[in-house]
Design a binder for this molecule. Structure first.
Ligand code: QAP
Ligand code: CO
Length: 162
């Protein structure tokens, strides 16, 4: 187990898209999942995408539970349905420490992914989990939550912090 270094905004690795995981049960993937989980819990955070630790594979760990005992591992995740209804939620990011702002996204999503055994599963998410899944999948596509903030705030980040 190891704590991984989290890339901060401004680092080009955050803009690099991830490739699908070819062999979800490979030893390196299992180790990466363990290390990403440890890194997320230690931060502490509720979600971490492989992109943030400079690994460009479609892998996410999430734990939005109060007790921090419900680790979700999403390999090659896809949003297969998103609600028309949208909500604004106050987001932050381990790669953008100290910055929080409201971001509008679909309120509910249905997600398909592979688990650590490489088996496909689906789940419906709403509330914080829906926000977190969408935020982390954005990371896999090189997108940061600041890209989705209000226009004026976004311009500020473009000019000052990229
Ligand atoms: C994404 O973010 C998220 O600025 C996960 O100083 C955030 O775990 C999804 C963190 C909000 C939904 C709602 C941020 C820790 C953690 C910071 C995180 C910080 C320390 C962010
Ligand atoms: Co983030």
């Amino acid at each position: 187990m190891a704590i991984l270094k989290i890339a901060r905004m401004g680092h080009p690795v955050l803009r690099s898209p991830a490739q699908p995981v070819k062999d979800p049960t490979a030893t390196e993937i299992r180790r990466l999942v363990q290390d990403m989980a440890e890194t997320m819990y230690e931060a502490p955070g509720i979600g971490l995408a492989a992109t943030q630790v400079d690994v460009h594979e479609q892998l996410i760990v999430i734990d939005t539970s109060e007790a921090r005992d419900q680790l979700r591992v999403l390999i090659n995740p896809e949003i297969i349905w998103a609600s028309e209804e949208r909500q604004v939620y106050e987001e932050g990011c381990l790669s953008v420490p100290g910055i929080y702002d409201g971001v509008e996204r679909p309120s509910r999503v249905r997600v398909r992914a592979l688990d650590v055994e490489g088996n496909p599963y689906e789940f419906d998410a709403d509330g914080l989990l829906a926000v977190c899944v969408q935020h982390e999948i954005d990371h896999l596509n090189g997108i940061l939550f600041v890209d989705k903030m209000g226009r004026i705030r976004k311009e500020f980040f473009k000019n000052c912090l990229y």
